[in-house]
Design a protein around this ligand. Sequence first.
Ligand code: SF4
Ligand code: SF4
Length: 117
Amino acid sequence: MNELPILPPASCDGCGACCLGIGSPILVYASRPDYAEPHPFRPPELPRELADEIDFHFSGLLRGQEPQESCLWFDHATRACRHYEFRPQVCRDYELGGRACLQRRRDAVAEGISLLK
Ligand code: SF4
Ligand code: SF4
């Protein structure tokens, strides 16, 4: 068995394994009638068109009710986040090369997901 994909990578480029199978963490940026302005989780600098896209897909849903296959912002061609600079805190807290990262890469390979590196 080739263990290379499991090794801690130098960067997330070409991987994206942790953006698959977890729904869309960006759902926390969706508008909700019970949220007072300003939005409690949405970055103030998030472009309006991105907020509108999130509302279009997720408005009225709670986390876990959205499609789980891949995050809305995941680009399958580049295997990268389309708006990395605006990623939610949970994505920022996910440690590159940490235990969860390495386990997710191991699981992704077992699931037949080919990591680009
Ligand atoms: S699984 Fe690890 S290397 Fe892959 S994108 Fe997530 S944090 Fe980066
Ligand atoms: S917001 Fe970006 S980094 Fe976070 S799960 Fe979605 S695609 Fe991945």
